[in-house]
Ligand binder design. Structure first.
Ligand SMILES: CCCCCCCCCCCCC/C=C/C(=O)SCCNC(=O)CCNC(=O)[C@H](O)C(C)(C)COP(=O)(O)OP(=O)(O)OC[C@H]1O[C@@H](n2cnc3c(N)ncnc32)[C@H](O)[C@@H]1OP(=O)(O)O
Length: 282
C-alpha cells in the first residue's frame, strides 16, 4: 500500500489534478479494500493501522524541525479560525444582523488568511505532499477575495454573500487544521477525519457561491469608479481593466472549481473508503 500511496502522493505533488486511475481492491499486493472500512469493518482496522504506520514513517523522514513547525502552524491556524468563529457567532447574537460583521472580524480574517500563503511554501519545499497547483489555486483565490475584493470594495462588505463564504471558510479551516494537528500527534479522532472529507461536499459549493456572488455585487462599483484600472494613453502604453479582470476571474471558476471539487472527492474515496487512486498525467 505504501508504494501505491507514495506514487499517488508523488503524482499529486507533481502537478494538477489529473486522470485518476482507481486500483481494484482485489489487486494482488494491495493491502486495502475498495469497500469502505466504515461499511464492512473487516479490513478497516488493518488498513488504518497501515496508514498510521506509514504516516509515522513519513514524519520520521520529515525530521523534528519540520514536524514541530507544522504542529505550531496547524495549532495556530486552528486557534485563529476558532477565534473567528466565536467572534462571528457573538456578533450575530449581539446585533442580530450580518451588517457590520465583516468590519468587526476583518483584521483576524486578513491575518490568518494571509498567513495561509505559507501553505504554498510548505508544498514548494516539500514538507507536505500536497500539489502546489491545487494549493496555489485554493490559497490565491482566497487572498484575492480577501484583499482585492472584500477589503478594497467597501460597498460589498455588508452583502449576505460575504457571510456565505466566511462561514464556509471558517468551518472548513477549523476542521482541516485540526485534522492536520491530530494527524501529526498520531491521535486523529474518526469524526474529525469524517468531517474533513464530508463537510466540503456542501461547504465547497456554498463558499464558491458566496465568492462569486460577492464579485458579482462588486462589478457595478468597479465599473463606475474604474478602480485598479490603467487607461491609455500612458507613458508605458499599457492598459488594464479591473472590471474585465473580475469577469474573467468569475469565468475561471467554471473550469477550476470542478477540478478542485473532484480532487476532494477522490481524496475522500481514498481516505474514507480505502480506494487506492493514482493520478496519472494525461
Ligand atoms: C488572481 C486570482 C486567481 C483566482 C482564481 C480563481 C479560480 C478559483 C476557482 C476555485 C476557487 C475555490 C475557492 C475556495 C473556496 C473555499 O475554500 S470554500 C470552503 C470549502 N473549501 C474546502 O472544503 C476546501 C477543501 N480543499 C482542500 O482542502 C484543498 O484542496 C487542499 C487543502 C488545498 C488540498 O487537499 P488534499 O489534496 O486533500 O491534501 P492535504 O489535505 O493537504 O493532504 C495531503 C497530505 O499532506 C498533509 N498535510 C497537508 N498540509 C499539512 C499541514 N499543514 N500540516 C501537516 N500535514 C499536512 C496531510 O496530512 C496529508 O498527509 P497524508 O494524510 O499522510 O497523505
Amino acid at each position: 500500500m505504501g508504494r501505491w500511496t507514495e506514487a499517488a502522493s508523488a503524482a499529486r505533488s507533481a502537478g494538477p489534478p489529473a486522470t485518476p486511475l482507481v486500483l481494484s481492491a482485489t489487486s494482488p499486493g494491495c493491502a486495502v479494500t475498495m469497500a469502505s472500512s466504515e461499511e464492512d469493518g473487516s479490513n478497516g482496522g488493518a488498513a488504518e493501522a497501515g496508514e498510521e504506520k506509514e504516516a509515522a514513517g513519513r514524519r520520521r523522514r520529515l525530521g523534528f524541525l519540520a514536524t514541530a513547525w507544522l504542529a505550531f502552524y496547524n495549532i495556530a491556524m486552528t486557534a485563529g479560525w476558532l477565534v473567528l468563529a466565536v467572534a462571528m457567532v457573538r456578533f450575530y447574537m449581539e446585533k442580530g444582523t450580518h451588517r457590520g460583521l465583516y468590519k468587526s472580524i476583518q483584521k483576524t480574517l486578513k491575518f490568518f488568511q494571509t498567513f495561509a500563503l505559507l501553505e504554498i511554501v510548505h508544498c514548494l519545499i516539500g514538507i507536505v505532499p500536497t500539489s502546489v497547483l491545487v494549493t496555489g489555486v485554493q490559497v490565491s483565490s482566497r487572498i484575492f477575495m480577501v484583499w482585492l475584493v472584500t477589503h478594497s470594495i467597501k460597498p460589498v462588505q455588508n452583502e449576505e454573500s460575504v457571510v456565505l463564504f466566511l462561514v464556509s471558510w471558517t468551518v472548513t479551516e477549523i476542521t482541516r487544521y485540526s485534522f492536520y494537528t491530530f494527524s501529526l500527534l498520531d491521535h486523529l479522532p474518526y469524526f474529525i477525519k469524517w468531517a474533513r472529507y464530508n463537510f466540503f461536499i456542501i461547504l465547497y459549493p456554498v463558499g464558491v457561491a458566496g465568492e462569486l456572488l460577492t464579485i458579482y455585487a462588486a462589478l457595478p462599483y468597479v465599473k463606475k469608479t474604474g478602480m485598479f484600472s490603467i487607461r491609455l494613453p500612458n507613458k508605458y502604453n499599457v492598459s488594464f481593466d479591473y472590471y474585465y479582470f473580475l469577469l474573467i476571474t468569475m469565468a475561471s471558476y467554471i473550469p477550476l472549481f470542478p477540478q478542485l471539487y473532484f480532487h476532494m472527492l477522490r481524496q475522500r474515496r481514498k481516505v474514507l473508503h480505502g480506494e487506492v487512486i493514482i493520478e496519472k498525467d494525461d
